[in-house]
Structure formats: C-alpha cells, structure tokens
Design a protein around this ligand. Structure first.
Ligand SMILES: [Fe+2]
Length: 266
C-alpha cells in the first residue's frame, strides 16, 4: 500500500460488474499471456490448481462475481472492490472477514512491467488462484484477524510476515523451488529473479526471522524465505504469532540487505 497514486478505481454496478475499455482489456491480455507462459514450471502446483479452478479469461479483465463464485465454493472467500488506496484498518477488516481487496484499476502501458500500487492484475492473477487453497486461505484469514486486533507498531511486524509469504514466498517441492508469492507471480522480472538470480539469498522460513527482516517495496527482493512445504502455512497459522512479535521486538531487526531509500531533496 503506497501513500499516493495516480490511479483511481472503477465503480462496480448493481450486479458487481465493471465496464472496462478495450485498451484496459488489451493490457490484461498482454500481461496474462506473457505471465501464464512464464509460470509453467515456476509457480507451485497449488497456484496452478487455482488457475484451473478460476478459469480466468485470457482476453479481458475478469469480472469479480465470477471469481467470487469459485472462491466462495472452495474456501468461503470473496473479493471486495476497493479504491486504489486503502488504509491498514480497512485492509485487515476485509481479510478478517474473508474478503480480499481488489483495487479496480489496471496499470497504464508505461508502467507495464513495474508498478508499486497493486492493480487488478496483481490482485486477481497474483493472489486469487491461491485463495482457492485451504492452507493459504486460512493463513490469510488468521493474518487479517491478528492484524485487525494489533497495535500500529505490531502491524509493522505482521506486515513482514505477509510480505515474505503471501507476496514474496517460495516453497520447496520435489521438482525444485516454486513460487507462491503474488508479488512474484504477477511480475515477469521477479519471476526470473526470485528463482534464478545468483545474487538473491534464499533461506528456510523461520517465522521469528521473518518478523525481524526489513524490506523495501520498490526493489527486487534481496532475500526470499522458503517454506519447507506448502501446508506449513497451516502450521504457522496455529502458532502464537503475537508472542513471536514480542520476541522479535526484544531481539531487534536484522541489518537491511539493501541501501536506504534515497531521500528526495525538498
Ligand atoms: Fe499483493
């Protein structure tokens, strides 16, 4: 969630539908076709199963009620159309109620490869397939409930857990490393980088370590955490995550593996 945006979300009508322009549908088509090809052998099988269940159209932006029908049937989740920016309380409230926020705009052509704001391609293509999976759906639900009850300070720690799993998580499989983080799955550059870069560091996911790891949203991640198996998301949901947040506070943050963000002269 960035602090400012030049995008604005589209309104849904009474049936929950959105009228997209030909240009917007064309953007989806180009993004979808490129990314679905790239994810073969790179995305985890749980994600690919979700893609099969959702049957996303390749040539136009999906309509939210079609996604909701599948999510509701599989895990009891639904999407929620939201403005381009929402605050943390709104975000956690939605997740705590099994509603996944989808900002209803799509990136412009000049930000085709990279944008900081999560657009509808990122939210639907990156996250919704895994919301058909019980372990991922449960983890996201528990995260929402914890976040809603947490203090502002604790939310910053929780955000790291979300970042290194839901957004940028990798998982070990018999066939090698696979991606499940939506931030990677919706980004062609990071799909290659996360799995193939020799610069990136990849470590087994230890929740307390994750809570202590700073991150930046505007660079390729220098560090990825790897789940031993996908269903470990269930196990993490059962842990006392808030006690781990307290522990992380005591232990302090790890040194960032990235340079500080350049401050703009005012
Ligand atoms: Fe996301």
């Amino acid at each position: 969630m960035s602090k400012s945006t030049s995008y604005s979300s589209k309104q849904i009508d009474e049936q929950g539908l959105i009228e997209w322009s030909n240009e917007e549908n064309e953007t989806w088509k180009l993004l979808y076709e490129r990314q679905i090809e790239l994810l073969k052998g790179r995305a985890c099988k749980e994600y690919m199963q979700g893609i099969e269940l959702l049957k996303l159209p390749s040539d136009c932006i999906p309509q939210l009620p079609d996604i909701d029908e599948v999510l509701m049937r599989e895990t009891g989740w639904q999407t929620a159309a939201v403005p381009a920016l929402i605050n943390f309380t709104e975000f956690f409230t939605l997740l705590a109620n099994k509603r996944f926020p989808v900002a209803t705009f799509i990136r412009s052509k000049d930000e085709f490869d990279y944008l900081q704001e999560p657009d509808i391609f990122h939210e639907i293509f990156g996250h919704c397939p895994l919301l058909t999976n019980p372990a991922f759906a449960h983890f996201t639900h528990v995260y929402g409930q914890l976040g809603l009850a947490a203090s502002k300070e604790d939310r910053i720690y929780l955000a790291r857990l979300y970042w290194f799993t839901v957004e940028f998580g990798l998982v070990k499989t018999n066939e090698g490393l696979r991606i499940y983080g939506g931030g990677i799955l919706s980004s062609p550059g990071e799909t290659h980088y996360a799995l193939e870069s020799n610069e990136a560091i990849r470590k087994p996911l230890v929740p307390i370590d994750v809570l202590r790891t700073p991150y930046r949203i505007d660079i390729m991640q220098p560090l990825y955490y790897i789940l031993e198996q996908f269903d470990d998301l269930f196990e993490i949901s059962k842990m006392d995550i808030m006690a781990m947040v307290e522990e992380a506070k005591k232990l302090g943050l790890f040194e960032p593996r990235f340079p500080p963000k350049q401050k703009l002269a005012s």
